[in-house]
Design a binder for this molecule. Sequence first.
Ligand code: ZN
Length: 353
Amino acid sequence: MSSAGHIDHAHRHSRQVRFGPVGAEGQRRLGAGRVVIVGCGALGTASAMAVLRAGVGSGGGFLRLVDRDLPEASNLPRQMLFDEADVAAGIPKAAAARRRLEAIDSSARIEAVVADLTAGNASEILSGADVIVDGTDNFEARFLINEWSCRAGVPWVHGGAIGSEGRVMTIVPGRTACLRCLVPEPPAAGSLPTCDTAGIIGPAAFVVGAVQAAETMKLLVDGPAAVRSVLLAFDLWEGRWRSVDLSPLAAAGCPTCRAGDSPWLEGRLGGRATVLCGRDAVQVASATSARADLASIAERLRPAGRVTVNDWLVRAEVEPGILLSIFADGRAIVQGTRDESRARAMLARYVGS
Ligand SMILES: [Zn+2]
């Protein structure tokens, strides 16, 4: 019996049960809810904290945390489940997050999966979910989730945050617009800012995580029929909030949500990582056919480290011992590691591909 076994769950959740739309039956559904959170960064830790505290996984359901990375000091301002000891110990984020959440609710079933979501393991990782939450930092993972979710008919909650801005979009296959309806093709490598080049403030991520958690609770309590096709976007620094009606996009649909087209899931598109023979380096193939804009990539990498640029590539030492080279065709080489997942994480972090 756990040390917290004496805590009365009816009492613990009494304020939430008193909230009319939840009630006792809603609370039961939350406890039985099966939620997979992909990515345990700022969004993933915020949403995991909120749904766990709401009771998800404590009544027959589960909370599954998936992440490929380790926590580092620069994560601590916004990744709320980690502390200095986790950074020093080098515990994977998914495992560190599970340990922290188990201390909050010892009755919840929490699974930690230390892995990079790929076409090969997507089914294994996402199966069994009632709701999938996007805590990722790259479009490849999001497109994989979108395609899997459209095929399986499982709702997912897309989220993103950068600077002081955030956005959330709940996708219910067959009912709302999907990610591909909104973003027909992933942006070219380096064409968008990332948190590591443009920066981010913690509260922007906390708000996105909180909205994602609320969307997850609504899906578990009321079911997918209650979801509207909207994109919520805000800028905390400017104090601007807007809700964009996506029902025209939903009505039109796209090859993925209409016909199950799944180029990422089937491996026809995607960043293919290969450890380079005889070198301490990994090559990652381009995730898109668009050509990279080297000048703008160089500009955005400048705050991260020393950058050199020529006609063929941009090169930057983004972390001690880690050298990124991004080629005009979108291909990249990450020197200083032989770990494919780490190389892809570095690219997602600094180049946003
Ligand atoms: Zn679609």
